[in-house]
Design a binder for this molecule. Structure first.
Ligand code: FAD
Ligand code: EPU
Length: 339
């Protein structure tokens, strides 16, 4: 029998640590419980929020609806020659899944080590880090369609993955609840070590022929040195996306700001480092009331303690304004705003 709780604090359910309440709250431990939940029409009509680890959202005020927290567990795997297929419940912790693979020598996920959150949320924004994105290891996912009560399988093509994008954030937003994700891993590593400081850190450790575990440990080490730990400083990782602009927009910018940090983004476009743009506007490490930007990474907004969602949102608006005024570039929020 499903337990629907009332007036539940979400403070421990979002990594920003924002203290807001949910009017109704339910935890789902099996896909069939979604069928049971939506058999009652009152939940179909109500405002809903699907919640995993709450590590990519900013709660701006109390949520006057039903929060559905995914807690579906279980990891299964099957080996076929050099291919490994791993299927995990939406409520599994992402990094536990990465460790499951790393410990068994299943390659492909090592660069995605230590990303917070759940397996079920990983396709939503096509999580990515250190030159690898979820789409590189994604095989399919199973999702519950709220309107019809049907379970559907989405292939990689169906998901329309892009940089921090998928069909679940665009045309199908709010329509499906992911219950499990299947990954395609391999017994033969094909390392991607070019990004950031991975090669340098391997060299520092005297490692010339890295194992999957070595790469996972190095990525984790680099992440810890840059990003604040949500268990001590509330945050949701990068607050904004790195802006992707056309060559036409880039050339005059480069002329005016020769040091602008940029990377090729395909189809003649360029990706700018939002952290650099924000730092150049003087925001890095600044504290404003209970909020601010992280001292080692200006792209991360933090809760120094007791911040409200409005405070963090207001800071993000000020940052957008100042980056636009200085560079003519509009930052887009990467974090989901729940208001
Ligand atoms: P939540 O925050 O709970 O939800 C995020 C969105 O997905 C919401 O819109 C929610 O409604 C929806 N959702 C969640 N679960 C489901 C489901 N089962 N079905 C349908 N919709 C669902 N992200 C990266 O890509 N790369 C990084 O390197 C990275 N680093 C981070 C570092 C830190 C310190 C932090 C705090 C965050 C970082 N993030 C990063 C962001 C975050 O880890 C990812 O976005 C992660 O996938 C969010 O998972 P979650 O379970 O916490 O999702
Ligand atoms: N930079 C600055 N100042 C800063 C921060 C960054 O100048 O305060 C410049 C530096 O030149 C640095 C470059 O920006 O070399 C890139 O910084 P970093 O390697 O930290 O990566 P990022 O582009 O800021 C992205 C993702 C992260 C992901 C890392 C590693 C986005 C929005 N963010 O950050 O993802 O972990 O790359 O791959 O794409 C997240 O999505 O929450 C997240 C943390």
């Amino acid at each position: 029998m499903l337990q629907i709780q009332e007036n539940v604090s979400l403070k421990n359910f979002n990594t920003f640590g924002i203290d807001v309440n949910a009017r109704y709250f339910v935890e789902i431990s099996h896909p069939d419980e979604l069928t049971e939940l939506f058999a009652d029409p009152q939940w179909l009509q109500m405002n809903r929020l699907v919640l995993g680890g709450g590590s990519n959202m900013l709660m701006v005020k109390d949520f006057e609806g039903l929060v559905i927290r995914l807690n579906i567990r279980g990891i299964e795997h099957r080996i076929s020659h050099d291919d490994v297929f791993v299927e995990a419940g939406a409520g599994e912790v992402w990094n536990d899944l990465v460790n499951f693979c790393v410990d068994r020598g299943y390659a492909g996920m090592e660069n995605l080590s230590l990303i917070p959150g759940s397996v079920g949320a990983s396709p939503i924004q096509n999580i990515g880090a250190y030159g690898v994105e979820l789409k590189d290891v994604f095989e399919s996912c199973r999702a519950f369609e709220i309107a019809t009560g049907a379970f559907k399988t989405f292939s990689k093509a169906d998901c329309k993955f892009g940089y921090r994008e998928s069909v679940f954030k665009t045309e199908l937003a709010g329509q499906f609840i992911i219950v499990s994700v299947k990954f395609h891993s391999s017994l033969i590593p094909d390392f991607n070590l070019k990004y950031g400081a991975i090669e340098q850190e391997l060299a520092n450790r005297g490692i010339t022929e890295p194992t999957i575990k070595d790469v996972s440990q190095v990525v984790s080490h680099i992440r810890v040195s840059k990003l604040p730990d949500p268990s001590t400083i509330g945050n949701a990782g990068s607050f904004f996306k790195n802006p992707v602009i056309s060559a036409d927009q880039f050339h005059p910018l480069k002329e005016k700001f020769p040091d602008v940090v940029n990377y090729p983004a395909g189809e003649g476009q360029l990706k700018l480092a939002a952290g650099w743009l924000i730092e150049q506007c003087g925001w890095k490490g600044k504290t404003i009331g209970n909020t601010g930007t992280w001292k080692n990474q200006a792209l991360v907004l933090v809760n120094h303690g007791g911040a409200t969602g409005e405070e963090v949102y207001s800071l993000s608006s000020q940052i957008i304004d100042s980056v636009y005024t200085k560079f003519g570039v509009t930052l887009q929020r990467e974090v989901n705003i729940v208001s």
